[in-house]
Write a protein that binds this ligand. Structure first.
Ligand SMILES: Nc1ncnc2c1ncn2[C@@H]1O[C@H](COP(=O)(O)OP(=O)(O)O)[C@@H](O)[C@H]1O
Ligand SMILES: [Mg+2]
Length: 379
């Protein structure tokens, strides 16, 4: 069965092949874009061979309320070429083709750059004159260089996240909980970098700011993720459920890692969990997110004295602890094994290279405050 796709002018009526089952997107107004894209992706699941370029081209075209036929006419390319590009059947358009499309869509500079940068190989400068913007979405913050201990937790989380590549039936979710300063964010970022090769489509990151945060509602985070995924700002739906649906559609069938740091509770996270298997979510929160369906829980405790002393030594500088091991352990004990407090103590030692470690241990034991930076030097 075939169906007619009415153009707005009525001048370009095209009979679409039923095996493509492409909805009549050109009649879609911008406000209706997400539902249409969602429906389109649902229809095409299994056929999908899309590229970032194809997805961007489609999003820009729909945001301009143009049908494929209208874009073909404006750009002087064939309708067949445009469908092939959008469907990922043509994966590496020539610079001239991209220029014709960008001109026909009247794209502002930034969107133009994004379209050019999304062509495979563009980032390597193979197509002289193309934007240097990287099309890769790799939002993870830097890991700490002196990451110490937490071996069992790293193994547990990494093996859980790597299950995403083994064809599970649902999205993999892992949650890290613990009090402030215990090392949740540090562990999450460390593990995320470790498993990054298993998520070649990209990595998304959002810091929700914990229980006291005033911003970063799921709506804001979704908008940020959608922009990162190449959706033009004008095409981001207003309603949260539609934003979430578009987000899930764009991630479906792909391998993305999503890191959500410092969530207040499950309600902040649910909309950010991709729908289809293949993706993984790593979330940190001060409390255990037990109501997050299927989440593997990892609760962080204090560092033991040995790990704490090692961390102190690495922060303070090589060889600094040496024969003063007892003093380092005393400092760690005073810090209650809290990595944040150990880092502060280590930073003090680093700033005072002439101090014996025992001096800080003595100060702490005596409860003497550390002089503020820039105050008169100690005798
Ligand atoms: N395993 C670790 N190795 C090295 N530094 C750590 C480790 N865990 C925590 N830290 C340090 O402790 C501080 C607090 O860690 P963070 O991850 O921000 O805690 P949380 O997210 O639980 O509040 C940071 O300065 C971090 O670098
Ligand atoms: Mg944190």
């Amino acid at each position: 069965m075939s169906r007619r796709c009415p153009s707005r002018s009525g001048a370009h009526r095209v009979r679409l092949r039923s095996d493509l089952r492409q909805p009549c997107l050109h009649a879609t107004r911008i406000a209706e874009y997400p539902r249409a894209v969602h429906a389109h992706r649902m229809h095409n699941q299994g056929l999908s061979n899309e590229t970032l370029f194809g997805r961007l081209l489609r999003a820009f075209r729909e945001a301009a309320s143009l049908s494929q036929e209208e874009l073909a006419e404006r750009s002087q390319l064939s309708w067949r070429a445009i469908t092939a590009l959008e469907r990922g059947e043509r994966r590496r358009p020539r610079p001239r083709t991209v220029r014709m499309l960008a001109n026909a869509l009247n794209l502002p500079d930034q969107d133009r750059d994004r379209l050019f940068a999304s062509v495979p190989g563009a980032e390597a400068g193979q197509h002289g004159g193309w934007s240097t913007l990287a099309p890769v979405v790799a939002q993870l913050p830097a890991a700490v260089v002196d990451f110490t201990c937490r071996g069992a937790e790293v193994d547990q989380l990494a093996s859980r996240l790597r299950l995403a590549a083994a064809g599970p039936s649902a999205t993999i979710v892992a949650a890290i909980s613990g009090k402030p300063g215990i090392g949740k964010s540090t562990l999450a970022v460390h593990v995320a970098h470790l498993v990054r090769p298993d998520f070649p489509d990209g990595q998304l990151y959002a810091d929700l700011g914990g229980p006291d945060a005033l911003v970063e509602s799921p709506a804001d985070v979704l908008a940020g993720f959608l922009r990162a995924l190449g959706v033009p700002p004008s095409a981001i739906p207003v309603a949260v459920p539609e934003r979430a649906a578009l987000y899930r559609s764009l991630l479906a069938g792909r391998r993305w890692l999503v890191l959500i740091d410092d969530a207040r509770g499950e309600e902040q996270v649910r909309d950010l969990v991709p729908g289809a298997a293949g993706c993984a979510v790593l979330v940190t929160s001060r409390r255990r997110l037990t109501a997050l369906a299927g989440a593997d829980q990892c609760h962080l405790g204090d560092l033991d004295v040995d790990c704490g002393a090692r961390l102190l030594g690495r922060i303070a500088g090589d060889g600094r602890i040496g024969s003063e091991r007892w003093a380092a352990e005393a400092i760690v004990t005073r810090c209650g094994g809290l990595p944040l407090a150990i880092r502060v103590a280590g930073a003090v030692l680093r700033r005072k290279p002439h101090w014996p470690v025992a001096r800080l241990a003595g100060r702490e034991a005596a409860g003497t405050p550390e002089p503020a930076p820039g105050s008169a030097p100690d005798s």
